[in-house]
Design a protein around this ligand. Structure first.
Ligand code: HEC
Length: 150
């Protein structure tokens, strides 16, 4: 009984992550006993995995900026925004491309203008938020925590 409610909870979390289409990706035969690693319940797309990598990198960069450390390069490839495979290929539309390019611009400006790193970092996070408000609301609460408050 306990295992079953845990399963339901994990299922709910996975479905909430981004969009409802995820449901079709869940393996229906997954036995309840194999719950230890919830991430195995669905195959994360290349784009979702890349986004998770960017998320972790920005947590680190936020700390670096707060510590007054200079960020000299990005630990991920910005070009993946235009090459990684999506869960739903329809997401790669004009809206996505516009915001991906704005995001890229702020990231580059952050590296090129160390004295204004915090400003451009926050602009970049705002671009994550603007795209996610339309494309993928699930991770918004996490992304908003990346903002550096003045
Ligand atoms: C141009 C639009 C856009 C930008 C900019 C963007 N994202 Fe995303 N993000 C998406 C889309 C679309 C997905 C879903 C990808 C998929 O499922 O294939 C996604 C997925 C994610 C996920 C995984 C959600 C899940 O569980 O499936 C996280 C976490 C995430 N983004 C964080 C970020 C962070 C942090 C930034 C900025 C540093 C960012 N995103 C910038 C559009 C964007």
């Amino acid at each position: 009984m306990k295992a079953k409610s845990l399963y339901t909870l994990l299922l709910l979390l996975v479905l909430m992550a981004c969009k409802k289409e995820r449901q079709s990706e869940l393996k229906p035969q997954t036995p309840v006993a194999e719950e230890k690693e919830p991430m195995q319940m669905y195959q994360m797309s290349e784009m979702a995995a890349y986004m998770e990598q960017m998320y972790a990198a920005h947590q680190q960069m936020k700390q670096q900026i707060l510590d007054g450390e200079e960020i000299t390069k990005l630990s991920f490839d910005l070009e993946n925004l235009h090459s990684a495979a999506f869960t739903d290929p329809k997401d790669y539309d004009a809206f996505f491309k516009t915001w991906a390019d704005r995001f890229k611009q702020y990231e580059v400006q952050m590296i090129e203008n160390p004295e204004q790193a915090q400003h451009y970092y926050n602009q970049a996070i705002q671009a994550c938020i603007s795209c996610h408000e339309v494309k993928c609301a699930g991770p918004l609460p996490r992304i908003k925590k990346l903002i550096i408050k003045p």
